[in-house]
Design a protein. Structure first.
Length: 376
């Protein structure tokens, strides 16, 4: 297994060498996605052990609120916020799915955005932080949709993701970089001060496109960060990246030298490689949503692995099934909801059962439907 270390500022140097199953030589728990034969497509975990209630929320369908696809979904105590990249619109709905209006608009004006890359909520202040990557600004709106203020994104690098820690008035920015470590910056909102926690060690080559994405997940107890080209999953605490455990892709990782547009467009890929799509939390569990290119003759197949950091239980793929609720299966991604008390899935009506469509008076041509699961 090829292990990779991240250069940290302050330096936390670890010699991550080949490891035994379960732990590496330094004693860090190790979870591996490299062995595709370990995937059991029928693997099922009881959704009922996590969930106490399920709500089906059809998003109101009108000419002014048509949504092709839900790219970003956030939940506050009273609202659902939905961004559709194809529509270029950022919508606000109440918790029954009633359309309440749009937030901002696509454009280059001071209160507009060119394209939204990420959204985070400050529920205490009832503010929405919108990363306008192409506009190079962080724009803040009220929950009612009023533009409040803006400030520039970090300069010089492609910072394409962030997470907001409202109680600490802190933003953590990460860059898109095909490197062992991304650039990680801590930004103090009140002072505008930046502190660099890690720095990239290579420049992207000619013809490469961004593939080394970085993801955050906040469980009940910790904030975790994972970067595609580094096996280490870090905790962010005390203004440091602290190694916590390893998520190993091994030979399933896409090498830098293979990156190119044909990688994702080849209808019959010859290499069984893994692309990480999303990271989310389910109480104290971490869920990794990923695709395997060329899995058993299929160009791309989606999976969800689930594990609790520090424990032996690791499932390279699992369906969350229930007799009472709609299953979360086949790698369907979900979002962590308000204060970690719920998870939400956005589903197109054509993928719902006829019983659900009839019960909630949903037409197959309607807007996506939000499934809200209330956690125990």
């Amino acid at each position: 297994i090829r292990m990779k270390t991240m250069k940290l500022i302050p330096i936390l140097f670890l010699c991550l060498v080949s490891c035994n199953k379960g732990t590496n030589s330094n004693g860090y728990p190790t979870y591996s996605l490299e062995d595709l034969s370990a995937i059991n497509l029928q693997m099922s975990l009881p959704l009922d052990s996590f969930v106490s209630e399920m709500n089906v929320i059809p998003l109101e369908t009108q000419d002014y609120s048509l949504i092709d696809n839900v790219d970003l979904l956030r939940e506050s105590e009273n609202y659902l916020f939905v961004y559709s990249e194809k529509n270029g619109s950022f919508y606000r709905f109440d918790k029954q799915g009633k359309y309440l209006g749009k937030i901002g608009a696509r454009g280059q004006g001071p209160e507009e955005f060119i394209g939204i890359k990420q959204i985070e909520l400050d529920n205490g202040q009832q503010e929405i932080y919108v990363m306008d990557y192409m506009g190079r600004k962080m724009k803040i709106y009220s929950f009612e949709g009023k533009f409040l203020r803006a400030f520039p994104l970090p300069e010089n690098l492609a910072y394409t993701n962030f997470t907001l820690i409202p109680e600490q008035k802190t933003i953590y920015y990460v860059s898109s970089q095909n490197s062992i470590c991304p650039d990680v910056l801590e930004y103090e909102i009140p002072t505008g001060k930046f502190t660099q926690l890690s720095k990239h060690e290579r420049e992207m080559g000619k013809g490469e496109f961004f593939f080394g994405q970085t993801f955050f997940a906040e469980t009940n107890s910790s904030l975790y960060m994972y970067h595609y080209y580094n096996d280490t999953v870090y905790q962010i605490k005390d203004n440091k990246l602290t190694p916590d455990h390893l998520l190993v892709l091994g030979e399933r990782i896409v090498p830098w030298e293979d990156l190119g547009p044909e990688l994702l467009t080849d209808p019959k890929p010859r290499i069984k490689k893994i692309q990480i799509n999303k990271m989310a939390s389910l109480k104290d569990y971490i869920c990794i949503f990923y695709s395997v290119m060329g899995y058993k003759g299929i160009s791309r197949k989606d999976f969800m692995c689930i594990y609790k950091p520090g424990e032996d239980s690791f499932h390279p793929h699992a369906n969350l099934t229930s007799r009472h609720f709609l299953n979360i299966a086949n790698g369907l991604p979900f979002n962590t909801g308000f204060q970690g008390k719920s998870i939400l899935c956005a589903i197109l009506p054509q993928y719902l059962s006829e019983d659900i469509l009839q019960k909630y008076h949903i037409d197959e041509e309607d807007n996506p439907v939000i499934i809200q699961y209330i956690l125990k």
